[in-house]
Ligand binder design. Structure first.
Ligand code: PLP
Length: 432
């Protein structure tokens, strides 16, 4: 018989859940419980043997439920569903994106190791790398989207610590300018320093594009990280995170998670399962809307430049895009003509789009990176990464695209109102 492989969006409503174990309930209930009852003492013993790695798992044996810091049905089913999009072997979910990221960095780095990372990364990640990891004696070395493989290898060599390289950590596309880092180039750099004893890990924060528009594991990443607060949660009502990879790496991540105790709770697990049912339709609509908004901004007289993956100017960046992205996403940044005053006037005049940080949710959001999400970046660094006072970042949601364009259009019109009013006063005075 012909085997038909169901697509992830078809499996999000049912995968991994057995209604007969929950009174026939079509939806997975919230298992709001701290602990689980063993049927016999022997069963409890056997569950613990597996949990502590005292024996190998038997064929078809799945770990028994013990205590909700170790495992819980809402988390396990959610993790199984999340693996489908990225074709990962396993997944661990966390109570925030930062806890997923910090747990991975703490698990796989030790004093004396070198971490190579792309710059800029998410503000929280940047702080964790520069201020917390270095405090544990871990060396860190940044590179940027404009660096070539040769540049980076040379920089590693000059650091004198290349032999200590343990992990490459990247975020692509970079926030807020959408510049891309080549994932397979990073794999090649990691392989260059790997040998039979040591495999250099490549970790990719795929929050901006995942889990639908970019699949880092397919391009050589070992670990994929998410702030599930963004597209995965998608409704701006939950903070959560996830890490995906091979069975063996995720087993190590879960071990660290057990002892840091930063797993997601059952309620978060349930909310994210609910969100995953509409992930594909949400992200597809968000991208279609973003394409339309970007086209509108592209030709607008008050817009100097837009930063959108659907209209990349640099051929090298376009090449990376063609290789590793399958959609232009839903993040549109642009330089408004003028500076902070004009950017603020635009933001303050939006009616439908909300002025807030975060991204990936059903509602469109707008913010000013230089004074908000990236206020912690020193001014020289901000300019080097194109985070000027003119820059506005939009996260496009699922609203009607004509309404979004109307809102952006009317807010842009208001930007020059003060100047226009002055002009028109002058004009009328002259006319008088
Ligand atoms: C939001 C975000 C994070 C942090 O996630 P939290 O869920 O807020 O902890 C990490 N990386 C990226 C790219 C993000 O956008």
């Amino acid at each position: 018989m012909e085997h038909h492989q169901l697509k992830p969006e078809s499996l999000m409503m049912s995968f991994g859940y057995k209604p007969e174990l929950s009174e026939g309930s079509i939806k997975c209930p919230i298992f709001q419980t701290s602990t689980f009852v063993f049927q016999t003492a022997q069963e409890g013993k056997s569950f613990f043997e597996l949990a502590y790695g005292l024996r190998e798992k038997e064929e078809n044996e799945s770990p028994g439920l013990i205590y909700s810091r170790l495992n819980n049905p809402d988390l396990e089913i959610l993790e199984n569903r999340l693996t489908l999009w990225d074709k990962a072997e396993d997944c661990a979910v966390f109570e925030s994106g930062m806890s997923a990221i910090s747990t991975v960095l703490l698990k796989f780095l030790k004093p004396g190791d070198l971490l190579l990372y792309s710059n800029p990364v998410y503000g929280g990640t940047s702080h964790f790398i520069k201020d917390i990891l270095t405090g544990f004696g871990i060396d860190v070395l940044p590179f940027s989207a404009t660096d070539t493989k040769e540049n980076i290898l040379e920089r590693l060599k000059q650091s004198g610590k290349a032999q200590n390289l343990a992990m490459i950590y990247i975020e692509t596309p970079a926030n807020p300018t959408n510049s891309l880092i080549d994932i397979s180039m990073c794999r090649a750099i990691a392989d260059h320093y790997s040998n039979t004893e040591k495999h250099i890990l490549l970790s990719v924060d795929n929050t901006y594009m995942g889990p639908i528009w970019q699949h880092p594991l397919a391009h050589g990443a070992d670990l994929v990280l998410y702030s599930a607060t963004k597209y995965i949660g998608g409704h701006s009502d939950v903070i959560a995170g996830a890490c995906l990879g091979s069975h063996s790496l995720i087993a190590q991540v879960k071990e660290m998670r057990t002892f840091l105790g930063n797993m997601a709770g059952p309620w978060t697990g349930w909310l994210l399962m609910r969100s995953l049912e509409t992930l594909k339709v949400r992200m597809t609509t968000q991208n279609r809307n973003a394409e339309r908004v970007a086209a509108f901004l592209q030709d607008h007289p008050k817009v100097e430049q837009i930063y959108f993956l659907g209209s990349i100017a640099d051929p090298r960046q376009q090449e990376i895009y063609n290789k590793q992205c399958n959609s232009s996403g839903a993040m549109v940044s642009f330089d408004i003509k003028g500076g902070e005053t004009e950017a603020f006037a635009f933001l303050d005049n939006l009616k439908l789009i909300k002025l807030a940080v975060s991204l990936g949710g059903t509602e469109s959001l707008a913010e000013h990176p230089a004074t908000m999400t990236h206020a912690g970046v020193p001014p020289e660094g901000r300019m080097a990464h194109g985070i000027s006072d003119q820059l506005v970042r939009l996260s496009i949601g699922v609203e009607n695209s004509e309404d979004l364009i109307w809102d952006i259009g009317q807010a842009l019109e208001k930007v020059t109102v003060t100047t226009e009013v002055k002009d028109s006063i002058n004009v009328s005075l002259i006319q008088v």
